[in-house]
Write a protein that binds this ligand. Structure first.
Ligand code: IPE
Ligand code: IPE
Ligand code: MG
Length: 242
């Protein structure tokens, strides 16, 4: 798809909960892991298309801190998919250079296979100077654990006397999250017919708009993204005002 439509207003930051891979596969009599493979292809396409439209920040929820509860075989295939994606280093670098994508990984590194952690660090480092679109890929991410991490960082400063408890404010919490210095998501997309956040950006979502659909993530297309953005143009965000 090459046409880039014009919009009156664009969200600065879009969060996407990539859900429904398993059901997509089941519908086709395939193994759940086939759904994850298809989902990864859709991630690449939508990421590029959103960057082409001019979205400045994208956060894709790929694996939650709760997803370790799944059968080890499924988790292992998901890790293989991350490894393959990151391993296409040359290709990634070229794509990042062309599209000016800055890749960031948010979540807890610990627990992720070490070779994947190394690839994550490399890709972050190699795309550090790109400045068109920031792409956060949330892997082993949980909003609650992100807040626990922020509270620990701030507490250490209070304990050492660097900070007083009275100085703690909303801005300080925000700036100790993985998304420090990034705007909160303006809209969060959740496909697959579920109506919940599932621990995604629970602090940052305070005033996010939501877009839900029954479409399963592997069936999500550029047209769906356009329809999200058309919807967003009509939203009246009041932030508590009138
Ligand atoms: C989302 O798809 C991918 C991950 C959570 C890793 P699911 O695997 O949750 O797909 P469904 O919800 O079972 O269909
Ligand atoms: C949310 O999907 C996590 C990701 C998409 C990575 P889940 O499938 O894990 O969410 P629940 O369990 O249905 O809430
Ligand atoms: Mg799911």
């Amino acid at each position: 798809m090459s046409d880039i439509p014009k919009f009156d207003v664009l969200p600065e930051h879009i969060g996407i909960i990539m859900d429904g891979n398993g059901r997509w596969a089941k519908q086709r009599g395939l193994k759940r892991t086939e759904g994850h493979k298809e989902g990864a292809k859709v991630f690449k396409r939508i990421c590029e298309y959103a960057a082409d439209i001019g979205i400045k920040y994208l956060t894709f929820y790929a694996f939650s801190t709760e997803n370790w509860k799944r059968p080890p075989e499924e988790v292992s295939v998901i890790m293989d998919i991350f490894r393959d994606y990151l391993g296409e280093a040359e290709e990634r670098q070229e794509e990042n250079r062309q599209k000016q994508l800055r890749m960031r990984f948010i979540g807890i590194r610990e627990g992720i296979p070490e070779d994947i952690q190394i690839l994550m660090d490399q890709l972050e480092k190699n795309s550090d100077d790109k400045n068109k679109t920031v792409v956060n890929l949330a892997i082993n991410y949980g909003g609650r654990s992100e807040l626990v991490n922020a509270v620990k960082k701030i507490s250490k400063k209070v304990a050492s006397g660097e900070l007083s408890a009275e100085d703690i404010d909303e801005e300080m919490i925000s700036s100790n999250l993985y998304t420090a210095n990034q705007p909160d998501p303006d809209i969060i997309i959740r496909p697959s017919g579920e109506y919940r956040l599932s621990n995604f950006m629970i602090w940052q979502a305070a005033y996010s708009e939501f877009w839900y659909s029954d479409v399963l993530w592997p069936d999500f297309t550029e047209e769906h993204l356009i329809s999200v953005l058309r919807d967003y143009e009509k939203r009246n965000r009041r932030f508590g005002g009138i």
